[in-house]
Design a protein around this ligand. Sequence first.
Ligand SMILES: NC(=O)c1ccc[n+]([C@@H]2O[C@H](COP(=O)([O-])OP(=O)(O)OC[C@H]3O[C@@H](n4cnc5c(N)ncnc54)[C@H](O)[C@@H]3O)[C@@H](O)[C@H]2O)c1
Length: 352
Amino acid sequence: MSRALAHEDVIIRCGRRSGLPLIVAVHSRALGPAVGGCRLRRYDTWQHALADALRLSEAMTYKAAVAGLGFGGGKSVIALDHDTVLTPQLRKSALEDLGELIASFQGSYRTGPDVGTGPEDMVVLRRFSPYAYCAPEEHGGTGDSGGPTATGVLAALRAGARHVFGDASCTGRTVVISGFGSVGSGIAAGLATEGARVVVSDVEASRKEAALASGYGWVEPDRALSAPADILVPAAVGGVLDDVTVPQITARLVVGPANNQLTEERVADVLAERGIVWVPDYVAGAGGIVYTLSRESANHSHEAAQKRVEGIGDTVTRILDLALSTGTTPLRTARRIAERRLASSASQAQAV
Ligand SMILES: NC(=O)c1ccc[n+]([C@@H]2O[C@H](COP(=O)([O-])OP(=O)(O)OC[C@H]3O[C@@H](n4cnc5c(N)ncnc54)[C@H](O)[C@@H]3O)[C@@H](O)[C@H]2O)c1
């Protein structure tokens, strides 16, 4: 056997209504119940879906630990092949299958939207248990987490700007945002308000009109990473930072919500060697989960939850200062902070 299973639970089931492969992976509950979104997408095989669930649930453990949450890491996946047509009925059946599976965890695994699912899908899951967050407000949830995620990225970005440029203000700075979706558009609006020169990019050509109408600049997606910028914000997809793209980056600060931005962990060293400060994605992108759990699990007010999200700025300052003083990368520093918390056992887990 090559390596011990790092996960506490991995359940693979063929949905009895949908016939689709369902996976729930719980990486760790050392700090509390596992939490992580529900992904519904196409994979070459269900084994690829399993690999995705294992990787993503582990990342959730680190995300929650660095954010100071009393939660562990998990993920669920509904795997579609390339031929199956996802009719509304099949979608409903698959969500019902997953709802039943999540209910069997009795709260020790909790979910929310992820790639391919949204707030409305959480309404279906909630028919089986209360452990599906971000349902629309009229169904008792807090809805799409894109806004709080953008707030958290802005806090991380300001902390990063203070570290790199000696000034948290982005007034007059050029910020390129790759991905003008739910989170990217929130970041753009926040930066434009404070006088930054915002340039956005998206593979959806229709987003260009919206960007120009808002007064932003536009760059085609294949040039977004190399476009002249002080700050680069990856807000689209993962796997964008590698040996080919990093040498093309002109920005001195890279900070954004896109999950798994690095193709490999060692790319963090390549960024550091080029003098680029990269804020780990799972630190910068934690605003949504921090807000949602504060509101829906700990019953905090909007204001208190928002304050907690803005605390991501302090976390980023701590990570960047520590990385500088110890001569290592922000990625290794963030990982050490998470590992120290995890090692200090569940008894010290702080409730959100
Ligand atoms: N929504 C959240 O609360 C949240 C939380 C944490 C992390 N994230 C991550 O942040 C990223 C953005 O999330 P979102 O909710 O805004 O998603 P979204 O789907 O609303 O927006 C993503 C946008 O990126 C565009 N895009 C896709 N590929 C692209 C490419 N190669 N170049 C440029 N644009 C491209 C899409 O057309 C879309 O407009 C994702 O990686 C997501 O996993 C989101």
